[in-house]
Ligand binder design. Structure first.
Ligand code: DGY
Length: 323
């Protein structure tokens, strides 16, 4: 009997075609995220699951998927998957580290420049016909990245790649990491200093129970007046309610690629704030990076379906290895 594999998102035909020759595929092609009940039903006798961030893989989904041999997500982050439940059920979880580092770091720096030089705001301003005089000495003034002190929260691969880019701008860089890390050109400081001493704070830490709202109300309040928060990690790293207050008062600016609720509801307060540059979670969205992510996810899926060790496993404990 052919093994069954559930794909919880619509992927281009040519990408899934090779899998079709090996497995019976059940592919969700709805325009909204796959409902949990449908996922549970489809997984009842499936051995593989290929998913992405838009599908939460909860403990109850995992508990009911009795035949499941592998969960493979097209993302490096695994916060949408109950990793502890998967590990307890001895199901390896594959993810895609490494391949999206450069694209995400590029976007973080892009957001820093967009927010501090008011690029999106200026574009909106022009398109609404407000450019009625020529060059003006005080038009849409911003601040210079070269003169900024930039704080990096999380010095893992994406944080490090962001630092590498920032060194070229000549700014001063402060950094904090959960387990101390020394990086060339980075002054290691404690977390409170990153928030209180920087003109730009950029979040690059994974979302875990320890990092939820790492950009807390108090830390946001401690940021310098006029400072900018950049988030290309996960929305839940930020106390969004507190950030909205700081943006509404005009005290802070922000460049955000991720939100606690995605997609962002059309009446969300962020959407009315001129001093926030907003992107729809596109940190890894280049053609070659997305291709590399899918390739890595398919490698994980196929290894798991055939009972082999996943090349990129987020819970190596299932193989008796430490995380
Ligand atoms: C990831 O891989 O975790 C990213 O957020 C998706 O771009």
């Amino acid at each position: 009997m052919t093994s069954k594999c559930v794909i919880s998102l619509d992927l281009p035909e040519d990408i899934v075609a090779p899998l079709g020759g090996q497995f019976e595929l059940l592919t969700w092609s709805g325009s909204e995220a796959m409902p949990e009940m449908t996922l549970q039903n489809w997984l009842a006798d499936a051995e593989g699951l290929l998913c992405a961030l838009s599908t939460p893989i909860t403990a109850s989904v995992i508990a009911r998927a009795e035949q499941l041999k592998v969960i493979s997500t097209i993302s490096v982050g695994v916060d949408h998957i109950d990793l502890a439940a998967a590990t307890a059920a001895s199901i390896p979880v594959g993810h895609t580290p490494g391949v999206l580092v450069d694209s995400t770091a590029d976007l973080a720096v892009g957001l820093m420049i967009a927010a501090t030089r008011r690029i999106a705001e200026a574009d909106r301003w022009m398109r609404t016909g407000q450019w009625s005089q020529g060059w003006q000495s005080d038009l849409l003034l911003g601040t210079d990245l070269s003169q900024a002190t930039v704080g990096i929260v999380g010095l893992g691969p994406i944080g490090e790649a962001t630092v590498k880019r920032l060194r070229g701008f000549g700014c001063r860089i402060l950094g904090w990491n959960r387990t101390p890390r020394v990086l060339e050109g980075v002054e290691t400081v404690d977390l409170e200093d990153v928030f209180s001493r920087c003109d730009i704070v950029s979040l690059h830490t994974a979302l875990t129970p320890d990092t939820v709202q790492i950009a807390s109300r108090e830390r946001l309040a401690s940021m310098r007046s006029g400072a900018t928060l950049i988030n290309t990690g996960r929305g839940a790293l930020v106390d969004e309610e507190a950030l909205i207050k700081e943006l509404s008062s005009g005290r802070l600016k922000a460049g955000l690629d991720v939100f606690e609720t995605e997609p962002l509801p059309s009446d969300h307060a962020f959407l009315s704030l001129e001093n926030a540059v907003l992107l729809p979670h596109v940190g890894s969205a280049t053609r070659s990076t997305r291709m590399a992510m899918v390739t890595r996810a398919l490698e994980n899926l196929q290894a798991g379906m055939s009972g082999q060790r996943l090349p990129f496993c987020a819970n190596p404990e299932v193989y008796g290895l430490s995380a």
